[in-house]
Design a protein around this ligand. Structure first.
Ligand code: AMP
Length: 383
């Protein structure tokens, strides 16, 4: 890694594994710094295709990997499910940040939970499941209600099932395809929080103010930041992030999601990359998570993570409202990902930066009513 970095006015070409909206936003943040971007993605028309060169190919296609790696100075990733073999192959020719340890830890829920325990982070009771016998043993030790989650490749609530009664466990395991799973105690949380943090190559560490997140059907719906968090809780969250990133020797941005169970913090999961609950930082912080990720991996000093006000972010899920309607909201920052509409798909997000929490919450309610009315109906029917 030490041979990579910005020298003088030389600009870097950064290779990004994945060309989704996170890749698109990395390039939007890095282009003003003079960086160029190349993406590897199976879809030539992926969201990042508007902002850089795309090598269209599978992540395990050796020829596509060779074309991708040729001429890039540095490789990073925008999602954690890159095959380990891909990282091994690439790392023999080009520096990759974050490293293989961060990637491997974020890919497997059981590995991740054991790692959290080693780092002293509190997690809800959980057990590993790999067959019918270990499933019932897990239900007996963890209790119900519980959440059965595929160890690998789950995202946005996919690959998980809530188990309310002991006898429902086998059908839940069947529904997940009997793949290796974790069973976790269901946490009756009062709210969900996350921290987005960044660590430089020199070990420098910064975090943005804590985000308060609302999920619907397992998908992030809204974020409000800075969340109202007791200073002691904020210090604990920051210390957890620092410990995790130091232990992994992580370089770049990393996110950790927490359950606030009525004042008791429990870690849910981490993502060794830029994260949806940090999208508000584009408009609502001095330096965004995307820019600081790039600064970190390029060996540059990190930018301030100070907030510019109170940000409220609303995800656009499934379909994009008409641009005219979005543009008619004068205090709204619009982020569309150029993705085809599909149920449950993140197609964009909206951010408003307000002078106070009250104003931010009020604007968020209004935005939800106008641009995500189905989420209000869903909340009312599940209340
Ligand atoms: P995950 O993919 O693990 O982040 O889960 C997606 C969402 O499902 C979380 O943000 C929570 O809203 C919910 N969830 C996941 N695990 C649990 C749990 N153990 N207890 C309660 N809710 C959960």
């Amino acid at each position: 890694m030490s041979d990579v970095g910005v020298r003088g006015s030389g600009s870097l070409t950064i290779g990004v594994l994945g060309g989704g909206q996170l890749g698109r936003m990395l390039a939007l943040a890095g282009t003003p710094l003079g960086f160029r971007f190349r993406f590897l993605d199976p879809d030539a028309g992926c969201p990042a295709s508007a902002v850089g060169e795309v090598i269209a190919g599978a992540y395990d296609d050796p020829q596509a990997l060779d074309r991708f790696a040729k001429g890039v100075d540095l490789v990073t990733f925008e999602f954690e499910n890159v095959p380990a073999e891909t990282v091994r192959r690439l790392s023999s020719r080009v520096a990759i940040a974050p490293g293989a340890e961060s990637l491997a830890t974020g890919q497997d829920r059981a590995h991740e939970k054991r790692f959290f325990a080693q780092c002293g982070l509190p997690v809800a009771p959980w057990a590993e499941v790999h067959d019918a016998a270990s499933l019932m043993a897990a239900v007996d030790s963890v209790g119900v209600p519980a959440v059965l989650k595929a160890r690998r490749l789950g995202y946005d609530g996919k690959g998980q099932c809530v188990i309310k009664r002991r006898e429902d466990a086998p059908s839940a395991f069947d529904a997940l395809g009997r793949v290796p799973c974790t069973l976790e105690a269901f946490v009756p949380f009062s709210r969900e929080l996350s921290v987005i943090a960044v660590r430089g190559r020199d070990g420098s560490f910064l975090h943005w103010p804590i985000s308060e997140n609302v999920h619907r059907h397992g998908i992030l719906h809204t974020t409000l930041a800075p969340a109202e968090v007791e200073p002691a809780m904020e210090r604990a969250i920051a210390e957890y992030a620092r410990t995790v990133m130091h232990s992994l020797d992580h370089v770049g941005v990393l996110a950790i999601e927490f359950f606030d169970d009525h004042g008791r913090l429990l870690v849910n999961e981490m993502a060794p990359r830029v994260h949806n609950s940090g999208h508000w930082t584009i408009d609502g912080a001095v330096t965004s998570q995307f820019e600081n990720h790039l600064r970190a991996i390029a060996g540059l000093p990190l930018g301030s993570t100070a907030p510019r006000g109170v940000s409220a972010m609303l995800n656009l899920i499934g379909s994009t409202p008409p641009l005219e309607a979005l543009a008619s909201e004068s205090d709204l920052k619009i982020h569309l990902y150029a993705k085809a509409p599909r149920a449950g798909r993140k197609v964009g997000h909206l951010t408003t930066v307000a002078p106070s929490r009250e104003v931010a919450r009020e604007r968020l309610r209004r935005l939800e009513g106008r641009f995500a009315p189905e989420s209000i109906a869903a909340a009312a029917s599940s209340a």
